[in-house]
Design a protein around this ligand. Structure first.
Ligand code: SAM
Length: 393
């Protein structure tokens, strides 16, 4: 099989006439530029896949193009999956600023393709309303798996990465993966929609991209190394998500990943989910920044003979975190102003005990002021406490 990095003619230059002969070629809401269509077309023409998977369909222009391209390959088929039931289009609100908003149409997903006058629809399976993780296992009964994937879904991190991880077990070695919108983030100020580029950058594979000034489509070839170094893609999941995890089909994804990946990879997925869930559920403006991490470090000492010193904002964050995560907080909270403070987040605050031994006890100082913190640390270390602060300023 020819390596994707050794194609004699760039895909966008190869057999362009196939694209031209699709009639009508584009609908009212094109999702790819003509060059990008040529790029996809060239790769299909080079590799002549027989089992194509498409994730992200919308009006079905891409599906139409693929079906048109494979129409003369007798055994070739296309399986397309889209999470939505209805296609969306971008409406320009301000031409000068190029601001748009997405509008959901009343046209069903794939309509351009399934109402097209001249396509081999018997080669097409279209699944809508589902995330790939929910259906991929039951769709293809060929033993070999898919030999071509067109991945063009939400673009918000980490959707394309999750989509790819979910379908990789169903792709053959040598399969071509075409990834659209790898530079989309550059169109926005501030930039967003990083998922495609994250995947393109993290995956271990031979890769190419459209040779243009704004190269927004790329492709790579799955190999044994892609699977061997898949941890790289998992690691990218840890970066802040651009989508609320509660809007991602995480339980189907977790079930699928559990079946196909090793523990060390799964633990990265779980960690990424946990961090992002915490961020979204707590409504914090900052992501997994040092403040969140500090709270987690405070809480990590809860089990044992631990006393918390200082009933200020850090302590309140810690108690709020415990509440949100169903963690029972029963440790003493000390503060010299206990009589005035009384309670913090429903927990009683008491005056510090300067006389008992601190042997085998941990004191977590949650005070922001460096001087006070240091004074308290010295005082209680003398009594035998193991003192932790986790605050450096
Ligand atoms: C950019 S459009 C696809 C355009 C299409 N590939 C074409 O060439 O015309 C993105 C589509 O991905 C779908 N989508 C978003 N998240 C998805 C997911 N997790 N799984 C499958 N499809 C998804 C959206 O509903 C939308 O229809």
């Amino acid at each position: 099989m020819i390596k994707i990095s050794e194609l004699p003619i760039p895909p966008e230059e190869y057999q362009k006439e196939i694209v031209e002969s699709l009639n009508p070629r584009i609908s009212e809401h094109p999702m790819m530029s003509p060059d990008e269509r040529y790029f996809l077309n060239g790769l299909l023409a080079y590799y002549k896949p027989t089992n194509v998977l498409e994730l992200g369909v919308n009006f079905g222009e891409g599906s139409a193009q693929i079906l048109h391209n494979i129409r003369n390959t007798p055994e070739a088929k296309l399986t397309s999956i889209d999470l939505a039931e209805f296609a969306f289009y971008n409406e320009i609100i301000d031409e000068k600023k190029n601001t748009k908003r997405g509008v959901i149409s009343d046209e069903p997903i794939g309509k351009f393709a399934f109402t097209h006058p001249d396509l081999p629809l018997d080669k097409w399976t279209l699944v809508t309303g589902k995330d790939p993780s929910e259906v991929i296992a039951g769709l293809d009964n060929s033993k070999d798996g898919y030999d071509f994937l067109v991945l063009d879904t939400a673009h918000l991190h980490p959707i394309e990465l999750l989509n790819f991880l979910c379908v990789l077990p169903y792709l053959r070695d040598g399969a071509i993966v075409v990834l659209h919108d790898i530079t989309l983030f550059a169109l926005y100020i501030p930039p967003y929609a990083f998922a495609c580029r994250q995947l393109f950058g993290a995956v271990v594979a031979e890769r190419i991209q459209l040779n243009s000034r704004f190269s927004n489509i790329g492709a790579f070839q799955v190999s044994a190394d892609t699977r061997k170094y898949i941890q790289n893609v998992f690691e990218s999941l840890v970066l802040p998500w651009e989508i609320d995890p509660r809007n991602v089909r995480t339980s189907a994804i977790a079930t699928l990943l559990n079946e196909h990946y090793a523990l060390k990879e799964l633990s990265v997925f779980r960690e990424a989910l946990r961090l992002n869930m915490h961020y979204y559920v707590s409504g914090k403006i900052e992501w997994h920044c040092w403040e969140n991490m500090r709270t987690e470090l405070f809480v990590s000492h809860l089990f044992g003979q631990t006393i918390y010193y200082g009933a200020g904002r850090n302590m309140a964050d810690c108690l709020e975190y415990c509440k949100q995560n169903d963690i029972v907080f029963e440790a003493p909270i000390w503060d010299i102003a206990a009589d005035k403070i009384g309670e913090i987040c429903g927990h009683r605050v008491t005056v510090p005990d300067y006389s008992s031994s601190g042997i085998k006890k941990t004191l977590i100082i949650t005070i922001w002021d460096e001087q006070i913190r240091e004074t308290v640390r010295v005082q209680f270390e003398k009594l035998g406490y193991t003192v932790k602060c986790y605050i450096w300023n």
